[in-house]
Design a protein around this ligand. Structure first.
Ligand code: IDP
Ligand code: MG
Length: 147
C-alpha cells in the first residue's frame, strides 16, 4: 500500500465542501489514516511550498494557504499518489477535466481547492511536516478484500 498527503485548502473549508471532498476519497476506496483541521503557520507553509520560493505567485500562495483552517489528511491505497493526483486534476482549473476535483469545483490556479503529494519523496517530506508518528492510525478496513 502507498500513502499520500492531501490538503483541503482554506477555500474548501469556507465553501463547506469538506464532506463532499472526503466522500470522493472514501468512495474510491482510500483509507484515511490521519486527519486534522488546522490553520497552517507561515513557517510550515514556506517549508511545504519551498520549491516555489521566488516565483511570482509565492507570496499570494503563502497568504492564501495560511488564511484560515485547512483539512490535512493521509490517504492510503494501491498507487495512492497517482490515483489522488488524477482525482485532483491539473494545477490550473481551466485545464482540469470535468470530474476531477479542480475540474468540478475551481476556476483559478490560486484557489484550486486541494493539494496532493506528487511523488513518493514529497509524501515522506509532507507527512513528516504535518504529522507526528503517533497521529497516524494503523487499522484494517473491513472492506479491504473487496477493493
Ligand atoms: P500542484 O498543487 O498541482 O502540485 P504546483 O505547481 O506544485 O501545483 O503549485 C503549488 C500551488 O501553487 C498550486 O496548487 C496553486 O495553488 C499555486 N500555483 C501554481 N501555479 C500558479 C500560478 O501560475 N498562479 C497562481 N497560483 C499558482
Ligand atoms: Mg505541487
Amino acid at each position: 500500500m502507498e500513502q499520500t498527503l492531501v490538503i483541503l485548502k482554506p477555500n474548501a473549508v469556507q465553501r463547506e465542501l469538506i464532506g463532499q471532498l472526503i466522500s470522493k476519497f472514501e468512495r474510491r476506496g482510500m483509507k484515511i489514516t490521519a486527519m486534522k483541521l488546522t490553520r497552517i503557520s507561515i513557517e510550515t507553509a514556506e517549508q511545504h511550498y519551498k520549491e516555489h520560493r521566488g516565483k511570482d505567485f509565492f507570496e499570494d500562495l503563502l497568504s492564501f494557504i495560511t488564511s484560515g483552517p485547512s483539512v490535512i489528511m493521509i490517504l492510503e491505497s494501491m498507487d495512492a499518489v497517482e490515483i489522488v493526483r488524477s482525482m485532483v486534476g491539473a494545477t490550473n482549473p481551466a485545464e482540469a477535466v470535468p470530474g476531477s476535483i479542480r475540474g468540478d469545483y475551481a476556476t483559478s490556479p490560486g484557489h484550486n481547492m486541494i493539494h496532493a503529494s506528487d511523488s513518493s519523496e514529497s509524501v515522506k517530506r509532507e507527512i513528516e511536516l504535518f504529522f507526528k508518528p503517533e497521529e497516524i492510525q494503523k487499522y484494517r478496513l473491513a472492506v479491504r478484500p473487496w477493493l
